[in-house]
Design a protein around this ligand. Structure first.
Ligand code: NAX
Length: 327
């Protein structure tokens, strides 16, 4: 039997947590023969801890063969202690009338503290995946607190956007989603993101040869993917949860699986014209479990460059808003 992977999940009693933990425990994230220990963090509020207890009871009741332990805690040191993967889902939602800058600052504080504790107590191979919004900037804040763990251990999720774009492409081309590949999301997890349709393929052929409708690709498609979260809130009455949890499973699974090509928000280091110090969605290839490299040299036309410039501008503005929080 393999040594269990310790997976810390914050916001474990929230909506995404409820759709996520069962998938991790049944093996969807790390494979069908990899045991896991779940280290679950919630806020020190009775209602949240009670809800967490209920979720843990349900996990017990599933009798998952791969689940070797459950830690329930409101102490970050316990949740992140020896963790191999930290899934940072918990964050404050944007309230009515709240400015994006206030959200950035409120949530930034959470990620300062969590970044410091993870750096101190996480396992030597510890890796971090940030979901809580604004995910790219929260990830940058957490990474800035780390002295031991290098910046490339900190990733943020743009996989939901990749999956959304893939399905929109498949529907438009009237093919199965499995026939669509090389779907890359550049930039911020926000409506400014760029779904790089010019790089995508359908059954190995350039997508633009199959979907010739440039106006749709540049306009409606970008809008549909970029504003999908809002459309789901309007329809469902609450934000994406199961699809977000599924995207996090894909994000970590593909970072754990050598050879996978996917979109991840990582420190840009200046690639594709991004500011070197922002965390931007970029195309990556996983080279060893947890290790990846950014795929370089993909062609960008003027439209792609202008979209990347706009999403980069937003990321730089977000960084300026929280610059006092960065180390
Ligand atoms: P919920 O409000 O249902 O759950 C969040 C949970 O986090 C709550 O139980 C809360 O008590 C807990 N929490 C808050 N602060 C915490 C802290 N400091 N430590 C530990 N736990 C803490 O939200 P949910 O729908 O689960 O969404 C979670 C986050 O994901 C939100 O920030 C949301 O905006 C973000 N999303 C990100 C997406 C992405 O693609 N990157 C898509 C989906 C989602 O909107």
């Amino acid at each position: 039997m393999k040594k269990p992977i310790r997976v810390a999940v914050t916001g474990a009693a929230g909506q995404i947590g409820y759709a996520l933990l069962f998938r991790i425990a049944e093996g969807a994230m790390f494979g069908p023969d990899q045991p896991v220990i779940l280290q679950l963090l919630e806020v020190p509020v009775e209602k949240a801890m009670k809800a967490l207890e209920g979720v843990a009871m349900e996990l017990d009741d599933c009798a998952f063969p791969l689940l070797q332990g459950i830690v329930q805690t409101s102490k970050p040191e316990e949740a992140f202690g020896d963790a191999n993967w930290c899934c940072l889902v918990g964050a404050k939602p944007r309230g009515p009338g709240m400015e994006r800058a206030d959200l950035l600052k409120d949530n930034g504080k959470i990620f300062i503290g969590q970044g410091q504790v993870i750096d101190r107590v996480g396992a030597s191979d510890c890796r971090v995946a940030v979901v809580g919004n604004p995910a790219n900037t929260n990830c940058m804040i957490a990474a800035s607190q780390a002295k031991r763990l290098p910046a490339d251990r900190f990733t943020a999720m743009v996989r939901l956007d990749q999956n959304r774009a893939a399905t929109q492409f498949a529907k438009k081309a009237n093919v199965q989603v499995k026939d669509v590949s090389d779907v890359f999301i550049f930039g911020n997890h926000s409506p400014s993101m760029f779904s790089a349709f010019h790089l995508a393929k359908i059954n190995g052929k350039p997508l633009t040869q199959v979907i010739g409708h440039q106006e749709w690709l540049r306009g409606e498609l970008q809008e549909t993917v970029g504003k999908r979260g809002g459309a789901i809130i309007a329809a469902r009455g609450s934000s994406s949860a199961a699809s977000a949890a599924n995207a996090l499973v894909d994000h970590v699974h593909d970072l754990f699986t050598p050879g996978k090509i996917h979109s991840v928000a990582v420190k840009s280091n200046g690639d594709y014209g991004f500011d070197p110090d922002v965390w931007a969605g970029l195309p990556v290839k996983t080279i060893a479990p947890g290790q990846y490299e950014v795929i370089k040299g993909l062609p960008l036309d003027d439209f792609a460059k202008s979209k990347i410039a706009a999403t980069n501008k937003e990321l730089v503005e977000e960084r300026n808003t929280v610059k006092d929080m960065l180390k």
